[in-house]
Design a protein around this ligand. Structure first.
Ligand code: FAD
Ligand code: AMP
Length: 475
């Protein structure tokens, strides 16, 4: 292992490891430093996403969905199941196996691409050297690089009046590993993470209450979508209390007593477990020295220019540690673009076409702008909506909740936003992203042949509905 690199990346999450692979593909001598270790003390690249984020949460969402649909969803198909047994230990072990396989896979990709993976904590100094500290080891190592990418990610935001004890009061990481199903589970925050984790444990049998400070549900989503999703979640039994600001919590004898304000009233509620999911904040502990000149904004995000350059020469930052959606695919695209810029290529990330997905049931996905945003900017628009209930495939699947909504510019017909709530929304949104990336009009989608019977026909019909010519509904 040499000590001089073309690129050193600090952080091996979807921002960092993807940047490392792209840099190596472009012939740059690359190292990736990542501090994460697994339960066996082995290096575990892949960051939050692979270790304690996207992947383990989706593993549990999938398992819990199968459990619930086996228990209560099969009778609609004429299938009677006499006994369904939940083996939570097996379910968690499956999730851990998936994480181990995927993180080992990143290790293999590093090797295959000739990338030096260093499992330690990196700190950048003003002379472009990086010192690396190794957990449980006094020795450190220093390496140098022409270019550096900071991809140190984020961590759960704590709520000071509700301190974690990592047993009763946990963050998202703790909520992926409850060894038994809590009887009464509280979730603070009705954001993406709170809704996904709340859904997992509700499906497995918890009585779940979500306390959300804001009066609006999912304010970033299109109003039609948030309204429909809220109705469906409530019907499933998720008790979502809006305008409920948690002010304190106390753990006594293994129970958590939570106080919250609802309007002018003070309320209290008791839980067996409490998940604090009020968002994530950038993680920059001992990432760089003050004399590097790298600046952070008020919320702690590293400040960058339009090319992801920080205030220090040849030092870039990508992913959750900079502003923008805290999403794995956004981090990866920034990582690729920065690696390409360093290699002398032109690269661009279109932030207007970053898809958002919430992997609840129903799934929620959108790309582009909402109707509210477009109205606020006085953009003239036309919209088309189509319900899954009117598609043959959704009926065959017994998954008829939700719809597709397409918003296009009134005169140019360019698609400005696509909003989906319903089955496989996470997959269906890809077509909308591609359409927007190609600056497609709703007419382009309307004239595209969609296979029958598929859920994607709802996208096709919503595009037809923009000009009031959907076939399977009265326009
Ligand atoms: P991270 O993935 O956080 O990786 C940063 C890495 O750098 C970490 O391994 C960290 O330990 C390491 N590190 C930090 N500082 C140093 C240092 N100084 N030296 C060495 N190493 C360092 N996003 C989605 O797009 N889809 C989802 O479905 C989704 N689900 C999620 C579910 C949960 C429960 C959570 C918590 C998050 C989820 N996210 C999801 C968000 C996603 O995980 C993040 O947006 C993504 O991981 C950000 O990637 P990143 O590379 O910027 O940082
Ligand atoms: P997100 O940032 O999407 O993960 O969502 C986190 C949610 O937590 C936001 O909708 C916040 O309004 C909510 N939140 C933050 N603080 C509190 C609090 N003290 N009580 C209840 N909800 C909160």
């Amino acid at each position: 292992m040499s000590d001089q690199y073309d690129i050193v990346i600090i952080g091996g999450g979807p921002g960092g490891y993807v940047a490392a692979i792209r840099a190596a593909q472009l012939g740059l001598k690359t190292a990736c430093i990542d501090s994460t270790r697994n339960a066996e003390g082995k290096g575990s690249p892949g960051g939050t996403c692979l270790n304690v984020g996207c992947i383990p949460s989706k593993a549990l969402l999938d398992s819990s969905e199968r459990y619930e649909s086996t228990r209560i969803g099969l009778s609609a198909h004429g299938i009677e199941v006499s006994e369904v047994t939940l083996r939570i230990d097996e379910m968690l072990a499956r999730k851990d196996r998936i994480v181990n396989e995927l993180t080992s896979g990143i290790g293999m990709l590093f090797k295959a691409n000739g990338i030096d993976y260093i499992n330690g904590h990196g700190t950048l100094h003003a002379d472009h050297s990086i010192s690396i500290a190794f957990e449980g080891d006094d020795k450190s190592k220093t390496i140098k690089a022409k270019h550096i990418i900071l991809a140190s990610g984020s961590e759960p935001t704590p709520l000071p009046p509700v301190p974690f004890d990592n047993e009763v009061v946990v963050d998202s990481t703790g909520a992926l590993a409850f060894s038994e199903v809590p009887t009464r589970l509280g979730v603070i925050g009705a954001g993406v993470i709170g809704l996904e984790l709340g859904s997992v444990w509700r499906r497995l049998g918890s009585e779940v209450t979500v306390l959300e400070a804001l009066k609006d549900f999912l304010p970033a989503a299109d109003k039609n979508v948030s309204r429909d999703a809220l109705r469906q979640f409530k019907k499933q039994g998720l008790d979502i209390k809006l305008g409920a600001k948690v002010t304190s919590a106390e753990v006594k004898k293994g129970k958590c007593f939570v106080e919250y304000e609802s309007g002018d009233e003070k309320q209290s509620v008791e839980f067996d477990r409490l998940i604090v999911a009020i968002g994530r904040r950038p993680f920059t502990d001992q990432l760089f020295d003050d004399d590097t000149g790298i600046k952070k904004d008020k919320r702690g995000f590293i400040q960058i220019d339009e090319n992801n350059l920080t205030a220090m020469k040849n030092v870039y930052a990508v992913g959750d540690v900079v502003t923008g959606p805290m999403l794995a695919h956004k981090a990866s695209e920034e990582g690729v673009a920065v690696a390409e810029r360093i290699a002398g290529h032109k690269a661009h990330v279109d932030f207007n076409t970053v898809p958002w997905v919430i992997y609840t049931h129903p799934e929620i996905a959108w790309v582009g702008q909402t109707e509210q945003q477009l109205k606020e900017s006085s953009t003239p628009i036309k919209t088309g909506m189509f319900s899954f209930a009117a598609t043959g495939r959704a009926k065959a699947m017994n998954e008829t909740g939700g719809f597709v909504k397409i918003i296009a510019h009134e005169t140019t017909d360019q698609i400005l936003g696509v909003h989906i709530v319903g089955p496989h929304a996470s997959e269906l949104i890809a077509e909308a992203v591609l359409a927007m990336e190609y600056r497609a009009s709703s007419e382009d989608l309307a004239r595209t042949i969609h296979a029958h019977p598929t859920l994607s026909e709802a996208v096709h019909e919503a595009a037809l509905a923009v000009t009031k010519r959907a076939i399977h509904k009265a326009n």
